[in-house]
Structures are given as structure tokens and as C-alpha cells.
Design a binder for this molecule. Structure first.
Ligand code: ADP
Length: 403
């Protein structure tokens, strides 16, 4: 079966078409700057194959409807397309950021699911409407094809009350659904599954700490295969230090800035989400630039690295305490897969907890799942590339087969 994976953002549509017979990628691409005068679709058809084709077309893309039509035209192009007709696509899997408490697993889309995603818009005002746009357009374009919503939050719905409740007046939870939801669930679940099979175990037997370090960063404590705590909260702002997001801060700081610095609520929100994290500390949010600056003696860049890796270490210690026994620790996403320094600094001094990294293994360039701990390390340390599109395609197929 061929599965089309859609990740619809406010001004973009990321897409990937996979052949699930062998999990090969038939096409992957991006429609961007939707709604602006100069839009663009770029797409690789049969990437990884020697005669694969790259397409890049600049044109106005008025709205998501036009964007999705372009995707379908590109995939079905008579000369270079990878499917002859849209109905060769067996299913569509949609990434949806916030499922609130309504979704514990990927779910086939019907009108109730659409209504529930709408209901959760207050929890993700930037993301859910854009995800919903993608769903509505795809339902319209592919009325006969099964479509599945795969939620970033669903994997974390097993987190027990004691870990997902904030110590706020209980009505805040009852009236406004304020609690920890967690995000990056598809990625955490995917690398956890890969790690279990690499350790020749069932996921349901494994206690793991998975560390997703990309532009957004999060860590999850996994007990017997289930998420029992995670660092991102009601929104994707809590926890680790991210590219531009602050992670944990004293919750009194926004009120302080409002009262003493003349900032509006929107300005504070923007500062915490877009001007903080690594960027706030040193002006850069790409680790490659930060390392370059550190090599040139930039003290702020050094500080940013120190603050991020210290926070990682602190949460690893916390999740070791939460889990008791830990079989494996997994680094993934842009920084986790590529940055040997961040990995080793995040684990430095943790030998007392049974974590012994092998620096030679850790320092090599890593393109596939790799064990980077010493043989005597009680906790195995893995670097496992995440693949959220493949994870969504697999979830989509599993749900449809189960139904
Ligand atoms: P997203 O959350 O947007 O999916 P990614 O997982 O692609 O993010 O991670 C992007 C980040 O990964 C970049 O901002 C950069 O800091 C980091 N990164 C990517 N490649 C490298 C590299 N070779 N070395 C160090 N860091 C890298």
C-alpha cells in the first residue's frame, strides 16, 4: 500500500509518499509560503534512486486547497510522477499536534474526529487550525481514501496523574484542561521501538529515556514501553533548552516582565517562544554556528552550550530516579543525531548512574542506529535517527489494519 503523509503548517505543507511494501520513499517535498505572492513547491521524486527527479516550481499558492492540488499534480504528473492516479494512494496519514485528552492513539478521521481536533484549538492555537486545513482539503480531494490522524500528544496519554497535573487550583484543569500533554510523541515512540528491537527485547519490557533534540527539544521517561513522564507541558515550551524556546523558567517571570518591563502578554509570549533558548542566550540557534563561535572564543555561545547540556543532564538524572531501572538511553533528531559534544556533555559525570559513553564511538559520524556506550555500561546509550514520516505511515497502516 502507498501512504501519503501530510504535515500541514500555517503557511506550508510537508508531504511524503511511501511505498509500505518495502517502506521506500517515492516522493517527498514541501509547499511553502502559502498565501504569499511568491510561493513554491519543491519535491524529490524517487529520492535515493540514481534517476530520481528534483522539482522546484515558484508560483503563487493561494491557499491550502491550491497547495494540496499542486502536491497531487506533482505526484501524478504523466511524465515524471510516481503514481498514475490519486486512487493508487491507499491511505493518507496526517500529523496533528494537539489531541488533548481525546486521543490516546492514531485515529481514522471522521466528522467526530474533526470536531474533537477543533475543540482542542485553544490548546494549540497556532498548530491545530493549520493541521485541520490540511485534513479538510485532503478529505475533499481524496473522498474515497482512508485518512488517519496521528497526534503528537497521543503517546503521552499514559502519563499518570501525578506527573501530568500541575499544582494549580484544580478548577484550572477542570475548566481549561490545563495539564501536561507532552509532544514529539510520534518520534519518542518510534525511536523507543527501534531501540527495543536493537536490544532484542519487546518494547513492553523496556525502560528507556528518549531524548529528542532538534529545534524543539524534549525528553521522555518510558516504563515498560509506555510514556510515564515527558518534559514538554501543556504547550511545547516547558522543559529542556531549545533553539528559540526557553524551557523551564520560574513561572513568576512573565508577571514580573508585565509589571516592571512594560511588556504586553503577546510580547512576553513571543519572547519565550521565539527569542529565548539558545538564541536568547547567544544570538544563534543552530548548534553548528554555536560550535564555530565557541571555537572563536565567544563566551555567550559557550554559556548557551553549558546551559543546554546542564539542563539535559539534570533531566536525565530526574528520569533515572523516576524509572529506577533504565535499559537504554536514546539520542535523536538534528542535534541528538549529529552533535557528539552535546551528547557527551549531557552524560558527563553520570558514570555513577551506570552511564559510560565510549568517546570513540560517540565521535564518529552517525547515519544509522549506533550504540555509543562502553560494553560495561549498565545503561546502553544509542543514537537512533528519527523518522516521523515513516512512523506516521506505519501508524496509519496499523490503525487501518486493526479497524
Ligand atoms: P526540527 O525540530 O525542525 O525537525 P531538526 O531535528 O531538523 O529540527 O534539528 C534542527 C537542529 O539540529 C538545527 O537547528 C541544528 O541546531 C541541529 N543540527 C543539524 N545538523 C547538525 C550537525 N551536523 N551538527 C550539529 N547540529 C546539527
Amino acid at each position: 500500500m502507498k501512504v501519503l503523509v501530510i504535515n500541514s503548517g500555517s503557511s506550508s505543507i510537508k508531504f511524503q509518499l511511501l511505498n509500505m511494501e518495502d517502506e521506500s520513499v517515492l516522493a517527498n517535498g514541501l509547499v511553502e509560503r502559502i498565501g504569499e505572492p511568491a510561493g513554491r513547491i519543491s519535491c524529490s521524486l524517487n529520492p535515493g534512486v540514481p534517476d530520481g527527479t528534483e522539482i522546484s516550481i515558484e508560483q503563487e499558492v493561494k491557499d491550502h486547497q491550491c497547495g494540496m492540488r499542486l502536491v497531487v499534480e506533482t505526484l501524478t504528473d504523466t511524465n515524471q510522477g510516481v503514481v498514475k492516479k490519486p486512487d493508487e494512494i491507499g491511505a493518507v496519514g496526517h500529523r496533528v499536534v494537539h489531541g488533548g485528552e481525546d486521543f490516546h492513539m492514531p485515529t481514522p478521521i471522521d466528522e467526530n474526529v474533526v470536531a474533537a481536533i477543533k475543540n482542542n484549538i485553544p490548546l494549540a492555537p497556532l498548530h491545530n487550525p493549520a493541521n485541520l486545513d490540511g485534513i479538510m482539503v485532503a478529505l475533499d480531494l481524496f473522498p474515497a481514501i482512508s485518512q488517519v490522524a496521528v497526534f503528537d500528544t497521543a503517546y503521552h496519554q499514559t502519563i499518570p496523574d501525578r506527573a501530568h497535573m500541575y499544582a494549580l487550583p484544580y478548577e484550572m484543569y477542570e475548566n481549561h484542561k490545563i495539564r501536561r500533554y507532552g509532544f514529539h510523541g510520534t518520534s519518542h515512540k518510534f525511536v523507543a521501538g527501534e531501540c527495543a528491537s536493537l536490544m532484542s527485547k519487546q518494547l513492553s519490557e523496556c525502560n528507556l529515556i528518549t531524548i529528542h533534540l532538534g529545534n524543539g527539544c524534549s525528553m521522555t521517561a518510558i516504563e515498560n514501553g509506555q510514556s510515564i513522564d515527558t518534559t514538554l507541558g501543556m504547550t511545547p515550551l516547558e522543559g529542556l533548552v531549545m533553539g528559540t524556546r526557553c524551557g523551564d523558567i520560574d513561572p513568576a517571570i512573565p508577571a514580573f516582565l508585565y509589571r516592571n518591563n512594560g511588556m504586553s502578554i503577546d510580547e512576553i509570549d513571543e519572547m519565550l517562544n521565539k527569542k529565548s533558548g539558545l538564541k536568547g542566550l547567544c544570538g544563534m540557534n543552530d548548534l553548528r554556528d554555536i560550535h564555530h563561535a565557541v571555537a572563536g572564543g565567544d563566551k555567550r555561545a559557550r554559556l548557551a552550550l553549558d546551559v543546554q547540556t546542564y539542563r539535559n543532564r539534570k533531566y536525565i538524572g530526574a528520569y533515572m530516579a523516576v524509572l529506577g531501572r533504565v535499559d537504554g538511553l536514546v539520542f535523536t533528531a538534528g542535534i541528538g543525531e549529529n552533535d557528539a559534544y552535546v551528547r557527551s556533555e549531557s552524560l558527563s559525570g553520570l558514570e555513577c548512574l551506570g552511564i559510560n559513553i565510549d568517546h570513540m564511538l560517540n565521535n564518529q559520524s552517525i547515519k544509522k542506529p549506533t550504540l555509543v556506550s562502553e560494553p560495561q555500561s549498565r545503561v546502553q546509550v544509542w543514537v537512533i535517527p528519527t523518522n516521523e514520516e515513516l512512523a506516521i505511515a506505519r501508524e496509519t497502516i496499523n490503525v487501518l489494519r486493526a479497524g
